[in-house]
Design a protein around this ligand. Structure first.
Ligand SMILES: *Cc1c(COP(=O)(O)O)cnc(C)c1O
Length: 432
C-alpha cells in the first residue's frame, strides 16, 4: 500500500520506516525532519551492483550521483558498498574527500567547471573527469600540464534521445546545455583534439538522457548510439574508447501511478545491446559505468512535518499548513512533482480527505502538493511526505531564513543523526 517497501504501520497505528516508529523520531529530533533508511539505500546499491555482475561479468562500476543526496555519511555508505561517486561541484567533491572516499572512483561532472574545481580534482587524483565542452578540454589540458598530471577524461555526448520526461530534467536531446552534439560533428572534432593533447587521456564517453525514466528502450537506444560513435572513432581515427558511461535517470515510485521496472532489467537489456553492437563491429566490450542517483536515495527517505493549521475554504479546497515547505522540498514548486502523504500518527486509518499541503514560506507557490488524499488531519498531527530521499535535502535552501532540517538515518531498528539541524546562528554565520 505504501510506495516504498520499508514503510509499514505498527500496533499503535503509527507509520514506521525501516521498523522505526516515525512518531518517536519526530519526538526525539523535532520536525521538520528528513529520515533515511540506510538498509534500503544499501539494498538498492547492491541490486545495481549485482545486475552488472550478473549480466556484464562485473565489468563495470556503479557510481552514485551524489547530487541526489550528498553528505559525509552517504559517501561512507557508498564506499562500504563498493560504489563509485559522481560529483558535480567542488562542494560535493570536498564532501567526498572529507569522508575519505577513494577519489579514483569519482566521476567529476558539470557543464562549467571552474579552474578551482578542476584544480581540486587534479590535486586529489579524481578518477574520471567528464569534459563537457571544448573550452574545458583545453583549460584542463593546461592545468594538468602545470600540475604534472594526466587525468582520465570522458566526453559528455548528447546522443539526441528524447526520453519522454519533464522538459526541465530532459538532457539528452540536441537542445541542451550539456555536452557535445553528435549530429553536427562537434563530438568527433572534440575527440580528434583530445587525442592530440598530451596532458589528458581520453578513456571514455558519457551520456545521460534524463531523469525519472520508466522505459528501458531509450537507455538501450542511447547505448547503441554511443557504440556506433565508438566504432566510428575507431575506424576514422584508429583510436579505441575503452569506457562507456551511460548515466542515470532510472524512475522511482513517487505515487501508486508510477510503475518502475526492476533495476536489473535495465542492465540485462543494455548489456545485450552492447554485446550485440561490439560483436557486429568486432570491438572489445567497453567497461561500463552507470550513475543512479534518485533510484538509490529517493525511495529510502521520508520527511516528517507537524501540522500547524487546517484551513477549509468551502467549495474550493483545504489547505494544510506544515512547519516546512519549499525550503526543504522545492520539487513541487519547480516541477509539479507528485508525492504521497500519510498522517504518521493515524497511518492505519483510511484516507478520507483531499488536501493541499502548504509550506510556511511567503510564496503562494510554496506547496508540497495539491489534491492529495490523506487521513483527517488536525493541528499537532505528524504528516509524512514519502519518497523524499533524493533532491530534497540536496535542493534545500534558507529562503525566509528558515534553517534546514536535520537528517536522521535508521538502520537495524536504530536511529542516528547524520546531518544536524541548522541553528539560528548558522543562519547569520556569514553575515558581517
Ligand atoms: C543527475 C545525473 C545523474 C543521476 O540522475 P538520477 O535521475 O538521479 O538517477 C547521473 N548522471 C548525471 C551526469 C547527472 O547529471
Amino acid at each position: 500500500m505504501f510506495v516504498s517497501e520499508n514503510l509499514a504501520v505498527n500496533e499503535k497505528g503509527n507509520l514506521t520506516i525501516g521498523g522505526v516508529d516515525t512518531i518517536e523520531l519526530a519526538k526525539t529530533y523535532k520536525t521538520p525532519l528528513y529520515v533515511m533508511d540506510e538498509g534500503l539505500i544499501r539494498q538498492h546499491c547492491r541490486s545495481f551492483k549485482e545486475s552488472i555482475d550478473k549480466y556484464y561479468n562485473g565489468r563495470g562500476l556503479v557510481c552514485y550521483a551524489s547530487k541526489a543526496f550528498c553528505c559525509k555519511q552517504m559517501c561512507r555508505i557508498m564506499n562500504e558498498e563498493g560504489i563509485g561517486l559522481d560529483v558535480v561541484s567542488q562542494g560535493e567533491l570536498y564532501t567526498a574527500i572529507n569522508a575519505g572516499f577513494p577519489t579514483a572512483n569519482i566521476c567529476f561532472h558539470g557543464n562549467n567547471k571552474t579552474d578551482d574545481e578542476l584544480t581540486l580534482a587534479l590535486a586529489h587524483g579524481v578518477g574520471r573527469i567528464i569534459v563537457d565542452n571544448i573550452y574545458e578540454l583545453h583549460r584542463l589540458d593546461e592545468l594538468a600540464q602545470k600540475l604534472h598530471k594526466k587525468p582520465n577524461i570522458m566526453f559528455r555526448i548528447k546522443p539526441g534521445i528524447d526520453a519522454h520526461t519533464h522538459d526541465f530534467v530532459k538532457t539528452g536531446q540536441i537542445d541542451s546545455k550539456f555536452g557535445f552534439a553528435l549530429e553536427t560533428g562537434e563530438a568527433m572534432e572534440a575527440v580528434k583534439e583530445a587525442v592530440a593533447l598530451e596532458n589528458v587521456n581520453l578513456s571514455g564517453l558519457h551520456c545521460h538522457i534524463g531523469s525519472q525514466i520508466f522505459d528501458i528502450d531509450p537507455f538501450v537506444l542511447a547505448a547503441e548510439v554511443m557504440l556506433d560513435f565508438i566504432a566510428k572513432i575507431k575506424s576514422e581515427l584508429g583510436y579505441e574508447i575503452k569506457e562507456l558511461n551511460l548515466g542515470g535517470g532510472f524512475g522511482i515510485k513517487y505515487t501508486n501511478d508510477d510503475s518502475p521496472v526492476p533495476y536489473d532489467r535495465y542492465m540485462e537489456k543494455v548489456s545485450e545491446a552492447v554485446k550485440a553492437k561490439c560483436k557486429a563491429y568486432d570491438m572489445e566490450l567497453p567497461y561500463i559505468l552507470i550513475e543512479p542517483g534518485r533510484s538509490i536515495a529517493a525511495p529510502a527517505g521520508i520527511t516528517l512535518y507537524t501540522v500547524g493549521g487546517v484551513k477549509n475554504i468551502p467549495n474550493i479546497r483545504t489547505y494544510v499548513s506544515i512547519d516546512g515547505g519549499m525550503g526543504d522540498n522545492p520539487r513541487y514548486a519547480l516541477y509539479k512533482s507528485k508525492y504521497d502523504i500519510v498522517c504518521a500518527n493515524k497511518a492505519g486509518e483510511p484516507k478520507t480527505e483531499t488536501v493541499t499541503v502548504a509550506g510556511k514560506c511567503c510564496e503562494s507557490g510554496d506547496l508540497i502538493g495539491e489534491g492529495m488524499p490523506v487521513q483527517k488531519l488536525e493541528v499537532g498531527d505528524t504528516l509524512a511526505v514519502l519518497a523524499t530521499g533524493a533532491y530534497n535535502y540536496s535542493m534545500a535552501s534558507n529562503y525566509n531564513r528558515i534553517p534546514r532540517p536535520a537528517v536522521v538515518m535508521v538502520h537495524h531498528g536504530k536511529h542516528k543523526l547524520v546531518i544536524k539541524r541548522e541553528s539560528l546562528d548558522d543562519i547569520i554565520r556569514n553575515d558581517l
